[in-house]
Design a protein around this ligand. Structure first.
Ligand SMILES: C[S@@+](CC[C@H](N)C(=O)[O-])C[C@H]1O[C@@H](n2cnc3c(N)ncnc32)[C@H](O)[C@@H]1O
Length: 216
């Protein structure tokens, strides 16, 4: 699992992960808001970094905030397109089997939700806007399975975030349902963090979770 999380930790070595893919989709690939203290402008997103590293790839990055689009022009690679997409509105606006890589870094996080402005998720949502109810999460992960090009054995989708280990049975149910409806194999990967992180309202963020979808 560690290897798959590297790109989302912004380690340039991790960009190797993306080398095999041609049409990539990065969901909820916004810049951090509010910006970290001391930074007054957006940083390149994972999609931007992949676009710079691999100018021949076709890349789409999404977010539900239009301001996520307003990155410094110098950071914007020509092969990366921004599309405004709300992860909670189905169907997601992408064709069946149209991407051989789909990634969502830190979109399943249940951390710091209280720190976001009102327009952003409430406590029953991850910070990528995924409602933590079985039907909605199944629909979202099912959409990722639909968009993934399952005709190519190497295709890969990774949905990642910080969560509570007690959600493992929830994701077990969700992924079993998606696997029964789509030709994908889904692994729920979890890495226990050393220290649970306290937020003002919760102390429940203690695993890194990665849902890994591959063609079956
Ligand atoms: C913690 S940030 C992660 C950003 C980026 N993926 C990364 O790893 O740096 C969560 C992102 O999800 C976006 N988001 C929140 N609700 C969303 C929704 N309903 N649909 C799409 N994106 C959403 C936020 O605007 C934000 O950019």
């Amino acid at each position: 699992m560690g290897r798959y999380l590297v790109p989302y930790a912004m380690d340039p070595q991790g960009l190797e992960l993306f080398r095999p893919y041609r049409r990539l989709l990065f969901v909820s690939d916004g810049t951090n808001y509010p910006l970290p203290a001391g930074r007054d402008r957006p940083q390149p997103t994972v999609a931007d970094m992949v676009g710079h590293a691999y100018p021949d790839k076709r890349i789409v990055r999404t977010d539900f905030l239009t301001r996520a689009e307003a990155v410094d022009a110098a950071l914007k690679p020509a092969n990366v397109t921004f599309k405004r997409v709300d992860n909670g509105r189905f169907p997601l606006p992408f064709r069946d089997s149209s991407r051989d890589f789909i990634g969502m870094g830190r979109g399943l996080c249940l951390c710091e939700v209280d720190a976001y402005p009102k327009a952003l998720p409430s406590k029953d949502r991850s910070c990528g806007g995924i409602v933590m109810a079985e039907d909605t999460a199944t629909r979202f992960v099912g959409e990722v399975a639909r968009i993934l090009d399952t005709s190519k054995p190497g295709s890969l989708a990774l949905l990642h975030g910080l969560q509570d280990v007690r959600l493992a049975p929830f994701w077990g149910k969700v992924t079993r349902r998606v696997m029964s409806e789509h030709p994908v194999e889904i692994k729920v990967l979890m890495v226990k963090l050393d220290t649970p992180i306290d937020t003002p309202a919760h102390t429940y963020e203690d695993v890194m979770i990665g849902l890994q979808l591959r063609p079956r």
